[in-house]
Design a protein around this ligand. Sequence first.
Ligand code: ZN
Length: 440
Amino acid sequence: MTSERRLDRRQFGHRARLVLSSAEIRLIDDQAHAARTMWNCLHAWWTMLSKDKRTLAAADAAIRQARKEIDWLGVLPAQAAQAVLKTYFQAWKNRWEGRAQEPNFKARFRSVMSVDIPQGRDLQITRVHRRWGMVNIPKVGRVRFRWTRDLPVGKKAETDNRITGARLVKDALGWHIAFRITTRESPPAFHQGPEVGIDAGVNIPLALSDGNHQDHGRPPRLPDGTSDRDKWLNPDEKVKLLRLERWAARLKQHREPGQRSSNRLRAVYDQIGKLRAKAKRRATDWQHRTTTEIARRYGVIVVEHLDIANMTKSARGTIEEPGKNVKQKAGLNRSISQEAWGRTVTMLAYKAARFGGTLHKVPAPGTSQRCSACGFFTPGSRESQAVFVCKNPGCGWSGNADWSAARNVLHLYRMGLALVPAAGRAVVRRSPGVKPAAAR
Ligand SMILES: [Zn+2]
């Protein structure tokens, strides 16, 4: 027996905003456009080939040839081009293994602009100030980024803790760099913490079965009962967003069919995008802080299993119903809150693993109708959205409806109803395009 401890490889990302001149922005934009075009060329070529000729080696040869023959593909560094190929091939593998849908062409305005820097040694990161770092971007040069976290660079880099690559990503707030940090750590000790059931609340974003509700202090509902998709914006930002949306609608009216959007309209869209990006950043920031706290405190975390395929279907169904604006909006809002819940569960899954805990999913139809005190089921026991009143004559419990649902989620787990998402053995029947449960 050796006393050597087993080390687990862990990868995580750190995102920082880049400070760029307009010339540098143009250079990276060009690289991203070239990367997208390369993806599209690759996809056109691949789908034309007969199935037996579709190999990674053939695709690699085709890319090398294309870079020689097409001038402007040369703006993309060779390593980034290789990364496009790797991502494309992985997309097919995900399809073949039933995790995702077939890769498709990337549209100019709808796809996220990104460029890979797959090798960490190309980055040559240095810290120049308490708040600033410098990083090398191939074919662009050295640029500044906000230093908000201690990165393992220079003397602090070790084989077991270093930056192994990065990706440039553009959103409405500009170009960012996402560093990929690879560490090797000893696996966490078994988490001795208590069990908890969590429900995505109606009035509280996260209701915990022990009453520790996680709120972000932003009203989740509008007077008409739908959730507020802009709750992460402050009142003055909401006013600004409304004004911009009205303005965009007005500009759109003056556009002839088939005509391109005017520069002014596109500028308004940009501003709307910036506000939405700000809201999303605040939302994910809150989710990260909350899920870390939960994973740190609890050993067993139980959540409701979400049938994503079903839900997108229902959301789409309401949108297809013509003439009912309120329903459309409700469907849209629902799909947004579901997206947020899905992200919360993903975060809980990997954070629980990191702290030595486990995440379990339970099938949870009717958790909002069951009394968590006596187990009595009555449709309509929910007096209002916020208060649950039990209709069982012998019980009559009433209390916070979200808390009751969270206790029911935990109850289902204790009854042994957790779904078992074991590796390779799909318990839940799923349609293609739906990721298997990420929990362990
Ligand atoms: Zn009851």
